[in-house]
Design a protein around this ligand. Structure first.
Ligand code: 3H9
Length: 718
């Protein structure tokens, strides 16, 4: 766990806790023991603290947070470091995160290789740094930098950290040798001068104003989340109260947050994000055995909003991309949008201008389909039209080299129905991006009956390369994300038909923690988009949808979308939809015309309206979607509830501090949810989404804990 050796009169304390040298209780005990041993040994003149396997330390062992406090706490060990007369040097490679950076901040000096990263990412798991970081990082980096690092949780490169004063020297070569050399050069210096405990915090401007601005920023940026607020409070203590008091308050806040439901949910989400990388196919292939193919070049078909965004993801990740459109006009329009998006990234300071130029240089726009001949992977992003997609796949199959993987960005169509147009079904896979595709993190990868494990491994790896969170799911109409979104948004409309207003619904969702309400999203993506999807479904079913249709395909129907489209209310792009907008950047404003439209719609259909409270809105929207989630598990389209939760977190911005809908269900209690679903099924018999999932029935009856749901899904006894 922690190793000790002496070389050249320098003691080396090396953290050894695979995979990332987390500061578990045994590691902390080891550091505590060895720092005292180094201090006692008169032949030792200095100490180097470092980590094994190319990493310094990724912070506390998050798994230990669910139990009680064990072993010495990092600040207690740090107090001993502070008293040491022998210089202690943190020699950093890989990462020094969370408690890892805090450990380094207790050392008198910090050196790092250029590729190292440091940070305090505790906020991402609903915590504040609890090992002195909120008090000592401001002393090393200044108040402003510390606030930024601690409230965002962002990693900082070694070079940037050096400029901020966190790192004393950037080194190259063997990190232990460099550590020894550096430590020896400091042997005769007074350690109390460099000890961070004794340093003052650099403050730019008035302390109260800095605090006010930081608080306002985190409250608006992370609405509803507790940890960022505590981060600001605790960092401000570094300039407001004496050192020891600051450390004590930090510990108090940390412990409160550690036992909070928000942090528990976020810790769950952290491990869920890692669990879903361990995918498996029903046919047997899995993440361990399947080798991804290299993707050195790629192609995208369709330069519309989706295709352009996907091309951007590829080129900004260094993958040369051929972008194909059917004609020059569409291609030019698409290229202009890609350029604008890149320029926006430059303006935001997220990319240097020459980097943007390099990205554009590896994007090849073309109207010649043949240019896709030699790419390693193609992503088709054309209209949601099966015949068109099948034609494209048939052409691609004939033209592309045999190794090329063919991906479809369909959001609804069954993968097999597209794959069967080719003679390489094992190389056909769904890669469903979410709008806006350059920004949204989720990549829903969908396997068909014949998709090979090698193909899946390739798109899972590609997802990571292009900075997405890839989740593997089975194929069905709408896949996991849109299939669950269906009942969720249908219930929103039914609530409006029964008496709520669109703003009642949206405000309820935003109070819960969603960044936007469902009607605001509909306005943003275009009311006509939903309208066209419904019209197409009606056409296929041989039905006609009108503003008066109470039933559609044998189920309850709400035709408010048709009523809005009839009045030209197509969404934000035309300044009016469910709300009205003052210009393209305007905020949604309640429009009396819509209120009147809804009331008239209900009157003409003889629908009675009543007051609907926020609890009912939430229960109907969320339980309908959770019920669908259990059906998805039951059908084996996901292998674990974590996959569904990550899809909602990264695809629809479900608040991480609520852990995802399936985790949320486990916190409410399955029995309660099941009973409510049965009640809604009785009350609203014409909605298939209220037919209770039989898996949910079984799990709730047997009170199966969340961590056993996956086994239940895979068929073992409940
Ligand atoms: C803290 O420090 C509190 C202090 O302020 C106060 C107390 C001192 N614990 O992400 P990967 C596992 S709070 C336990 O796939 P990568 C992870 O689950 C902590 N396990 O690799 C996975 O396991 P498995 C603050 C951890 O290369 C494996 O390591 N620190 C921890 O893409 C590989 O992880 C953080 O929040 C941990 N701390 O990324 C840092 N970290 O193979 C959290 C990782 O079984 N960690 N694991 O699935 C990270 O950000 C990334 O893991 C890291 C590596 C960048 C380090």
């Amino acid at each position: 766990m922690t190793e000790y050796s002496v070389k050249d009169s320098v003691a080396i304390i090396q953290l050894d806790n695979p995979p990332v040298n987390a500061l578990g209780s045994k590691v902390r005990s080891g550091i505590d023991k060895y720092i005292k041993e180094a201090d006692r040994d008169s032949s030792v003149k200095a100490v180097v603290v470092c980590g094994k396997r190319g990493n310094f330390c990724a912070g506390a062992d998050i798994k230990e947070f669910d139990g009680g406090k064990k072993g010495p706490w990092i600040t207690d060990i740090g107090d001993y470091f502070d008293k040491m007369k022998k210089p202690v040097v943190a020699a950093i490679e890989g990462v020094a995160l969370g408690g890892g950076l805090e450990l380094a901040l207790f050392c008198h000096y910090r050196i790092a290789v250029k590729s190292a990263r440091v940070g305090q990412p505790e906020v991402a798991i609903g915590l504040i740094p609890g090992g002195g970081g909120t008090i000592r990082l401001p002393k090393a980096a200044g108040l402003k930098n510390a606030l930024e690092i601690i409230t965002t949780g962002n990693h900082v490169s070694a070079e940037k950290a050096h400029k901020m004063g966190i790192i004393d020297q950037i080194v190259s070569g063997n990190i232990i040798e460099e550590g020894i050399k550096f430590a020896k050069s400091k042997v005769h210096l007074d350690t109390s001068i460099v000890c961070l405990r004794n340093k003052h915090v650099k403050v730019d401007g008035d302390v109260d104003k800095v605090a006010e601005a930081a608080m306002a920023k985190v409250k608006s940026k992370y609405r509803g989340a507790m940890a960022p607020i505590y981060c600001v409070k605790s960092v401000m203590n570094s300039v407001r109260v004496p050192y020891q008091k600051g450390i004590e308050l930090e510990h108090e806040y940390f412990q409160d947050l550690r036992s909070s439901s928000q942090s528990k949910a976020m810790r769950y989400a952290f491990f869920a994000e890692r669990a879903i990388t361990k995918w498996q196919l029903p046919s047997g292939g899995n993440y361990r055995t399947a080798k991804p193919l290299p993707v050195k070049t790629a192609g995208v078909i369709g330069a519309g909003t989706m295709g352009g965004g996907i091309a951007l993801c590829l080129i900004t990740s260094g993958i040369p991309c051929v972008l194909v459109e059917q004609n020059k006009e569409f291609l030019d329009k698409g290229m202009e949008a890609v350029k604008m998006q890149l320029m926006g990234t430059v303006r935001l300071g997220k990319m240097a201008e020459n980097q943007a130029k390099q990205c554009m240089a590896i994007l090849k726009p073309t109207v010649n389909f043949e240019d896709l001949k030699n790419v390693d992977l193609v992503i088709e992003a054309v209209f949601e039209d099966l015949k068109l997609k099948r034609d494209i796949f048939e052409r691609l199959d004939k033209m592309c080299k045999p190794e090329t993987i063919l991906c479809t960005n369909t959001s609804t169509l069954d993968i097999d129905s597209i794959a069967t147009a080719t003679k390489r079904q094992e190389k056909v896979v769904g890669t469903h991006f979410f709008a806006p595709s350059y920004i949204m993190k989720l990549l829903e990868n969908i396997y068909g009956t014949k998709t090979s494990a090698e193909t899946v491994a390739t798109v899972m790896k590609l997802g990571k390369t292009i900075r997405k969170v890839p989740v593997l799911v089975g194929s069905c109409t709408g896949f996991v994300a849109n299939r669950m979104l269906g009942p969720y948004s249908q219930e929103a409309k039914y609530c409006v038909e029964e008496g709520a207003s669109p703003s009642n619904v949206d405000n309820t969702l935003m109070d819960f923690g969603m960044p936007m309400g469902t009607f605001q999203v509909s306005d943003l993506s275009g009311v006509d988009v939903g309208f066209r999807i419904r019209r197409e479904a009606a056409r296929k079913a041989g039905e006609t949808l009108t503003t008066k249709s109470r039933f559609f395909m044998g189920e309850r129907n709400c035709s408010l979308i048709e009523a809005l489209v009839e009045k030209g209310r197509l969404g934000k792009k035309v300044g009016k939809g469910w709300y009205k907008y003052d210009g393209p950047r305007g905020k949604p404003v309640v429009d009396p015309e819509v209120t009147q439209l809804i009331e008239e719609h209900c009157r003409s259909l003889g629908l009675e309206r009543r007051t609907i409270g926020s609890q009912e809105i939430l229960e109907r929207m969320q339980y309908a979607m959770i019920n669908e989630g259990f059906k998805i598990l039951e059908e084996g389209l996901c292998t674990m509830p974590e996959e569904i939760d990550i899809i909602w977190i990264y695809g629809f911005s479900w608040p991480k501090y609520m852990g995802g809908p399936m985790y949320y269900a486990s916190q409410i209690g399955l029995k309660k949810i099941y009973e409510k679903i049965c009640y809604f099924h009785k009350t609203f018999p014409y909605s298939a989404h209220w037919v209770p999932s039989s898996l949910l029935a079984k799990l709730s009856k047997n009170d199966v804990p969340f961590n056993k749901w996956g086994q239940a899904v895979q068929g073992s006894k409940l």
